[in-house]
Write a protein that binds this ligand. Structure first.
Ligand code: NAD
Length: 489
């Protein structure tokens, strides 16, 4: 494959059945644009329904092949380990591809490659150690539960952390014995293709990992609706997730949905305010706020509200917004110009309805950044939790700060959201922390920390934030169906 950043004219190919192919669909190629500069990185072939048919056919064959179905788990684990090793060998290349396509700063891209490699190593271990179960018998027989793959799994990923999401789906789906068709976001197709290349090099038999860059409405929808696809694992927006769940219901097909969020980040007056403010700023501004678990609603106990608002705003104003590969850059651009327009429109609507913009609320003035999709870290106050800006997911570096009076008021406000992905609590009182943690409607609660994530801990959303749990041991079972086996004695 050509090296990243070159303006090659030939679109990068699809990966179907172990071969890199231009595809049959004749659709206009995807244009990968560097959001830091507005320049074209490269073009990538866009898959259409014919390519989906081809990928499903080859994946079905590969999933059924005895060589894969009967492969002993230590051998399967060895391939996953090798994929992790090769990702580390090529980590600069992976990090650079992600940085060019979604504009995240270098340090974050590099950390995400390491984390994705660790995901492959983790599921290699799970694959080798997770057994079947002997269940209590109620008669003269032996009863067992064994776990079997679905066959062909479609993995559909977003642009904000492509490699992390891809590893989180592909490693357990392969460990569970499936074949996978990966449809990366149209904005960030390249890390997925690299992963496909590395999987082949690691010895994964052809056809078990196919990569189909393309749009959601064409390649994505065709995959979800294809009768040969037996399970879909999706990470993305709630509206897309709902459409996928509707299509899956028609096929009676299981889905795992990791969707959007509007996570409350809570600061009580007795908290270590310095540490809390550091985490609040990191929780919303890291990755330019394009994180499903971004702590986008800040709730501060009223007695320290003004003080914390000042501290967070000072931090936002001091944050180094720069080109993603500039040394010391803390925040890069939004991942696309369309995303910046969306964020700007939401902030302007809030301003027009009377919200106070305490920090940011504009593009940076730095001429070096003028060609990119940059937007300043923004803090909004003077609103309540029912305001549109406090209810809608922004997916940008925009924090809504609101006061609360007591625990009951806090819990009512924090849970008054369609979403329930994550949350954070800062307090010195561990009893209160645990009480509030249990009362929050969220799939993850952080206490006196934020955005710590372990591949060993199940992750997913309450309410409109999703269905099912990825990661951990259950993250492998997500890609298997249980079978009861009885042996008469
Ligand atoms: P998106 O829903 O627009 O797209 C996500 C992926 O789905 C892309 O690959 C897209 O092409 C595809 N897609 C879109 N419509 C489809 C359809 N009808 N059928 C099949 N595929 C379809 O989301 P996005 O804008 O790429 O990502 C941002 C969203 O993802 C945010 O809402 C964010 O919160 C969410 N997200 C959630 C998590 C999580 O783990 N919960 C993680 C990251 C991002």
């Amino acid at each position: 494959m050509p090296s990243p950043g070159t303006h090659d004219e030939t679109p990068r190919p699809l990966l179907i059945g172990g071969e890199f192919l231009p595809g049959r669909s004749q659709l206009p190629p995807l244009e990968s644009i560097n959001p830091a500069t507005g320049q074209l990185n490269h073009r990538v072939a866009a898959a259409g329904p014919d390519d989906v048919d081809d990928a499903v056919a080859t994946a079905t064959e590969a999933a059924r092949a005895k060589a894969w179905r009967h492969m002993l788990s230590p051998q399967r684990a060895a391939i996953l380990h090798r994929i992790g090793e090769l990702m580390l060998r090529d980590s600069d290349r992976f990090a650079r591809l992600q940085m060019l396509e979604n504009g995240k700063v270098w340090a974050e891209c590099a950390a995400q490659v390491k984390s994705a490699a660790a995901t492959f190593r983790y599921y290699a271990s799970v694959c080798e150690t997770l057994g079947s179960e002997l269940t209590p018998s109620r008669g003269h027989y032996l009863s067992m539960t064994v776990h079997e793959p679905y066959g062909v799994v479609a993995a559909i990923t977003p642009w904000n952390s492509p490699l992390t999401m891809e590893a989180q789906k592909i490693a357990p789906a392969l460990a569970a014995g499936n074949a996978v068709i990966l449809k990366p976001s149209e904005i960030t197709p390249s890390t997925a293709l690299e992963l496909g290349r590395i999987a082949l090099e690691a010895g994964l038999p052809p056809g078990l990992l196919n990569v189909l860059p393309g749009t959601g409405t064409t390649a994505g929808a065709a995959l979800v609706e294809h009768p040969g696809v037996k399970m879909v694992s999706f990470t993305g927006g709630t509206a897309s997730g709902r459409r996928i769940a509707e299509a899956a219901a028609r096929k009676l097909m299981p889905v795992a949905l990791e969707l959007g969020g509007k996570s409350p980040h809570i600061v009580f007056a007795d908290a270590d305010l310095e540490a809390a403010v550091d985490a609040v700023a990191g929780g919303i501004f890291e990755g330019s706020g394009q994180s499903c678990v971004a702590g986008s609603r800040l709730f501060v106990q009223r007695s320290v509200f003004d003080q914390v608002l000042q501290m967070v705003s000072d931090k936002a104003n001091r944050l180094r917004v720069d080109l993603p590969d500039a040394s010391g850059a803390e925040m890069g651009p939004l991942a696309s110009f369309a995303q910046r327009e969306r964020v700007e429109a939401m902030v302007e609507a809030a301003r027009a309805s009377g919200a106070g913009i305490v920090a940011g609320g504009a593009r940076p003035h730095d001429a070096r950044l003028a060609a990119g999709a940059f937007y300043l870290p923004t803090v909004i106050a003077g609103i309540d939790n029912r305001a549109t800006i406090a209810q809608q997911e922004i997916f940008g570096p925009v924090l809504c700060a609101m006061p609360f009076d007591d625990e009951d008021d806090l819990i009512a406000q924090a849970n008054d959201s369609a979403y329930g992905l994550a949350s954070g609590i800062w307090t010195a009182d561990y009893r209160r922390a645990l009480r509030v943690a249990r009362a929050l409607e969220a799939g993850t609660v952080w206490i006196n920390t934020y955005k710590q994530l372990s591949i060993a801990t199940p992750f997913g959303g309450f309410k409109d934030s999703g269905l099912g749990r990825e990661k951990g041991l259950s993250g492998l079972r997500l890609y298997q169906q249980a079978k009861g086996l009885y042996l008469g004695l």
